[in-house]
Design a protein around this ligand. Structure first.
Ligand code: ZN
Length: 375
């Protein structure tokens, strides 16, 4: 597939493979996304997410902050090892420089606010080392924000706690992009009431098309638009389509799936992906296109982008299996009537706008100066 549009992917989990399996993402690897296939697909900007599995909440592991720091170091290592392919960027100016040199702009992010261990000082520590996006909460509820999953105990606030509001204000002040994918509904609106900057929902779908708690309903889409934010449509079949989800849930409930093991979670996850691709009915990319079009219809063209969740999902839809395939989506959007500038806005322009707007400002340094602090 010939890449004809620049792509901003707002959420990929590939750093875990790099850390746990020693995958060099500057070369072609197993899994969904590496720089080689990304370039083939037109990837120009990517949020490299430090996903902190709640298993790392166990202090025996060193704690969630330590895990996030190790993942963040992988992002810096990748950029140091492949300066001809990628540069980590902390603001719009650095992003422009990277693009002018035909480099992929890598933007470090954290998925799961437990990584800051209820400490704004730690949030600033991550910011100083290049973090520019934080998904406030993953599927585990935190003392300061409720996730979209059911089962929160009485100690969990319905939305954001006062400390949660402080996190939002501090991210606004620093120039970090707030990501509301995985947040509970009340948390979503509490953040919207608190933030002074646009936010993203980096990897979600539309609830009107599939009633899943990870997706945004139309009121949320309208609120996101009013905020100036952007939804990144996720590639996960289980969030895009009810039948695909039912089938995946059934397949995960088999002895064969449960018997899959690797030397660590990242290797197991690759095996689970192989299993799912081999057994599950492929989901047509039309389904993803439908979510993009619905989000455009409700939120408006300026508020829709992409967040594949590559390497955090077991499989993508048909023809969108890995990072070399983004061009297929651009083509499909064109066929559905979007003109070139509209396709470009969805593929990269809208996410780029939010990144620029939030990270802009004098206080934001280029990441070159902080790289060495990380060891
Ligand atoms: Zn996620």
């Amino acid at each position: 597939m010939k890449a004809s549009f620049p792509v901003f992917d707002a959420h990929v989990d590939s750093l875990q493979r790099a850390l746990d399996l020693d995958h060099d993402l500057g070369t072609q690897t197993d899994g969904h996304l590496d720089l080689v296939r990304g370039r083939r697909g037109g990837l120009t900007s990517v949020v490299l997410v430090c996903f902190v599995d709640p298993a790392f909440l166990d202090p025996e592991t060193g704690g969630p902050g330590a895990r996030a720091a190790l993942l963040l170091r992988e992002a810096h290592r990748l950029a140091a090892k492949h300066p001809e392919q990628i540069a980590l960027v902390g603001n719009g100016e650095a992003l422009d420089r990277a693009h002018a040199s035909s480099l992929i702009a890598g933007i470090p992010g954290i998925e799961g606010g437990h990584a800051i261990e209820e400490d704004l000082e730690r949030l600033r520590w991550f910011f100083d080392r290049g973090l520019r996006v934080m998904t406030l909460v993953w599927n585990n509820h935190l003392s300061w924000i409720r996730s979209c999953r059911e089962g929160a105990g009485p100690e969990i606030p319905e939305g954001l706690s006062e400390f949660g509001r402080e996190v939002v204000r501090e991210m606004n002040r620093l120039g970090m992009v707030i990501d509301l994918s995985h947040a509970g509904e009340r948390s979503f609106y509490d953040v919207m009431d608190t933030t002074s900057r646009p936010v993203i929902a980096s990897h979600s779908g539309c609830r009107a098309l599939h009633d899943h708690p990870r997706n945004l309903d139309d009121d949320q889409l309208r609120t996101l638009a009013k905020n100036g934010g952007v939804i990144g449509i996720v590639f996960h079949p289980g969030f895009l389509d009810a039948d695909a989800r039912a089938e995946e849930v059934g397949l995960r409930d088999t002895d064969e799936y449960r018997a899959l093991k690797g030397r660590n979670e990242s290797e197991k996850f690759l095996l689970q992906g192989d299993f799912m691709r081999a057994r599950a009915t492929p989901l047509s990319a039309d389904c993803l296109v439908a979510h993009v079009l619905h989000a455009i219809e409700i939120a408006g063209l300026d508020h829709v982008g992409l967040g594949s969740d590559f390497d955090g999902i077991e499989r993508g839809p048909e023809n969108l299996e890995d990072a070399s395939c983004y061009g297929y989506l651009a083509e499909a959007l064109g066929e559905r009537g979007l003109n070139r500038s509209e396709v470009r806005a969805v593929m990269s322009g809208n996410m780029e706008r939010v990144f620029r707007e939030v990270t802009g400002g004098e206080a934001v340094a280029s990441l070159c100066s902080v790289q060495t602090h990380l060891e």
